[in-house]
Design a protein around this ligand. Structure first.
Ligand code: SF4
Ligand code: MG
Length: 319
């Protein structure tokens, strides 16, 4: 089963939210059944906007969100896991009520005993205990709350799971535990998911393919190991060099030189030209074409650079 974005979907999409106008444009992603697509980029690049659009929490002002339907014409069942496990759990509900809700909504089990048995199973699966079902969210730590959120998402038996910075709000030691749990669940349940993060080391652990976003655009997309072995976009190269191996605790939001321009007013031509060490005249006036690679990747750049070595060899930034 392949969930395919049609070409040109989300074209010129603009959406206002609390922090101003955020634009996501012309993003096309293909996520295969049982695979995880990682989406990485700096804060403000439009990752969360994209997640909200895909999940249906936000309506596109233009363009389309297309899912491949199954034989019966149904779209896949979605669940979402958010960054902040504090605000996403209702403090007046018991853990049992919280985890049981998607089971009830989607009528996945009938009868109180069967639902409770499923809740116990899910809590165990995420490393909690069935006795926790009687408690309230306030009685748990951040990491435990994220486990509850994961149990709730799994309760809906999602065919497509969206994880938006699921570990970014947690302590570093807890982040590793939650990532390990998610890895196990990925393998055991063959989940199909979109994993969003600003952290390239995290996405390297989690994703089969990685998409790199910059100012609302997908600038490169490739199988994970290929992206690290030979990135084709200068922004990807700089992100890789800024992310030390396994530094999953890194919270820096602007890991590379230069200010991120206002996403509401992206630079003309190539949106990355104000920070790109390779920028030439054409980059300042003309949007780069989308190119494909032999390894099954895509990138948008006027040049076709061999960036397989660290950016120590790059020219000094002209920005
Ligand atoms: Fe850099 Fe030009 Fe390529 Fe944009 S198109 S990434 S500015 S070289
Ligand atoms: Mg975000």
């Amino acid at each position: 089963k392949i969930y395919r974005r049609s070409q040109g979907f989300l074209e010129r999409l603009k959406k206002a939210d609390a922090s101003g106008t955020k634009a996501v444009s012309d993003v096309s992603l293909t996520v295969r059944h049982g695979e995880t697509m990682g989406l990485v980029g700096e804060s403000g690049c439009g990752k969360s906007t994209l997640a909200r659009l895909v999940s249906g929490l936000m309506e596109p002002t233009a363009g389309e969100i297309a899912f491949r339907r199954d034989a019966a014409g149904r779209t896949p069942r979605l669940q979402m896991i958010f960054q902040d496990p504090y605000s996403s759990l209702n403090g007046r509900w018991t853990i049992e009520d919280i985890v049981a809700e998607p089971i009830r909504v989607h009528r996945l089990r009938q009868g109180r005993a069967a639902i409770r048995a499923r809740v116990d199973e899910l809590l165990t699966q995420v490393g909690l205990s069935p006795a926790d079902a009687e408690k309230y969210p306030q009685e748990f730590s951040g990491g435990q709350r994220q486990r509850i959120c994961i149990a709730r998402a799994l309760a809906g038996e999602p065919e497509f799971l969206i994880l938006d910075e699921p570990t970014s709000a947690l302590d570093v030691s807890v982040q590793a535990q939650i990532l390990n749990l998610l890895r196990d669940l990925q393998k055991n349940l063959s989940l199909t998911s979109l994993f969003i993060t600003h952290n390239l080391s995290v996405v390297r652990i989690m994703a089969d393919r990685i998409g790199v976003m910059y100012l609302g655009e997908l600038v490169e997309e490739a199988p994970s190991e290929e992206l690290f072995r030979r990135p084709h976009h200068p922004y990807t190269r700089l992100l890789i060099d800024a992310a030390p191996d396994m530094d999953i605790g890194d919270r820096s939001l602007h890991p590379i030189a230069g200010e991120l321009p206002n996403p509401a007013f992206p630079p003309r031509g190539c949106r990355f030209h104000t920070r790109c060490p390779f920028a030439g005249d054409v980059c300042r006036t003309t949007a780069p074409p989308q190119k494909t690679t032999e390894a099954g990747g895509m990138f948008r750049c006027h040049l076709d650079l061999d960036l397989s070595n660290a950016s120590a060899n790059m020219p000094a930034s002209k920005a």
